[in-house]
Design a protein around this ligand. Structure first.
Ligand code: UT7
Length: 331
């Protein structure tokens, strides 16, 4: 059976920085509250012209360049996003056009903040089934387009960003060893955008009532996020028949420093092994785990045969974990 390997990664973070001090001027909050409760210091915000597909295209171009791969070699583009440019068509199709990936199929998946993990799982399945040999997984979100910057419960948390992974059946990089996905739709009301879909299409009232922005019951999400990421991580370890001590790095969804700290305690793993970018980018939704993975990979801290545990949780509720193993040579 072919194995699925992440050969290269690329990211794109918008230039504009929104700091906690900027937010102090917008809503009733403070830098110290945000830092203490979330660990976030700043986040990136895309320009008006920088749509989700453009963020994704820039990350995809970087991944292709880092992997020395031309766009015509790509057979499938999977985009994980919650903030597609349009309800129709998919933003994956827009990325396909911008890349001129003329031999690729393209579609979006929606698993909110778990999107990158869901995408890795799909890519692994396609490659192992020998359906495709080269897949570009993109995770891109422009959460700033669905945030109410008068709601201090949500506006302090999110940022914009994108990541892309070139995944193939050969070469060096990070082998996708196993994965575990889950969902519990009964909790959908705890984290959602109430309008703009088929249930409540856009109307004057939905705009007036600010129903096109993210609503979240933070405490509920917090509690479930820890429980689900811990359980799914342990299930993944069990599937691969390895132990927590065999994990060299944990890369959790970058939503809140305290969630990651509690997760590390529950997994009985030193916090120094938990890779973090939340302080500088906030929660970038589908892209969050992938952006952190890319930064860790670039740091050269990942050694041959290292095991990496990725785990995420998001609206749905959805969650999932993936274990990656660095291949033996360091090319
Ligand atoms: O991407 C999907 C995953 N998302 C997440 O994982 C987010 C999970 N949730 C969280 O990270 C946390 O629940 C938050 C950071 C959103 C909130 O932290 P918390 O410790 O759960 O605070 P809270 O909502 O219980 O609020 C505590 C207090 C409240 O005041 P009172 O009622 O105690 O007087 C809030 O009104 O803090 C107040 N508060 C704020 N104060 C200053 C809420 N937001 C703010 C704010 N600045 N931005």
């Amino acid at each position: 059976m072919p194995t699925a390997i992440i050969n290269s990664l690329g990211t794109y973070l918008p230039k504009k920085i929104l700091t906690n001090f900027d937010l102090e001027k917008m809503v009733d909050t403070t830098d110290s509250w945000i830092k203490e409760r979330t660990g976030i210091e700043e986040r990136r915000i895309a320009d008006d012209e920088e749509t989700t597909s453009i963020l994704g295209f820039k990350a995809a171009s970087a991944a292709l360049q880092n992997g020395n791969c031309s766009p015509d070699k790509i057979e499938l583009i999977i985009l994980a996003t919650t903030t597609s440019d349009y309800p129709m068509p998919s933003s994956a199709a827009l990325i396909q056009a911008m890349l001129k990936a003329t031999n690729a199929g393209a579609f979006d998946i929606q698993a909110a903040c778990s999107g990158f993990i869901y995408g890795l799982t799909l890519a692994k399945a396609y490659i192992e089934a020998n359906i495709y040999k080269k897949i570009l997984l993109v995770a891109s979100d422009k959460l700033s387009s669905v945030i109410n910057y008068e709601d201090r419960n949500t506006c302090i948390l999110f940022g914009d960003g994108a990541v892309a992974a070139l995944i193939s059946n050969e070469g060096e990089g990070l082998e996708i060893k196993t994965s575990n996905l889950g969902a519990e739709g009964i909790y959908s009301q705890h984290l959602l955008i109430p309008a703009g879909g088929s249930k409540k299409p856009a109307s004057e009232d939905t705009v007036k009532d600010k129903l096109h922005s993210v609503k979240m019951e933070g405490k509920e999400v917090f509690k479930h996020a820890i429980r689900r990421m811990a359980k799914s991580s342990l299930e993944c370890l069990e599937k691969l028949n390895i132990q927590v001590k065999d994990i060299n790095w944990v890369i959790p969804h970058q939503a809140n420093f305290r969630i990651m700290e509690t997760l590390a305690k529950q997994l009985e793993i030193p916090f120094s092994k938990v890779f973090r970018t939340v302080h500088k980018y906030g929660n970038t939704s589908a892209a969050s785990v992938g952006i952190a993975l890319s930064e860790l990979f670039e740091s050269q801290e990942v050694k041959p045969k290292d095991h990496l545990l990725l785990t995420a949780f998001g609206s749905g509720f959805t969650w999932g974990s993936v274990i990656l193993k660095k291949t033996e040579t360091n090319d």
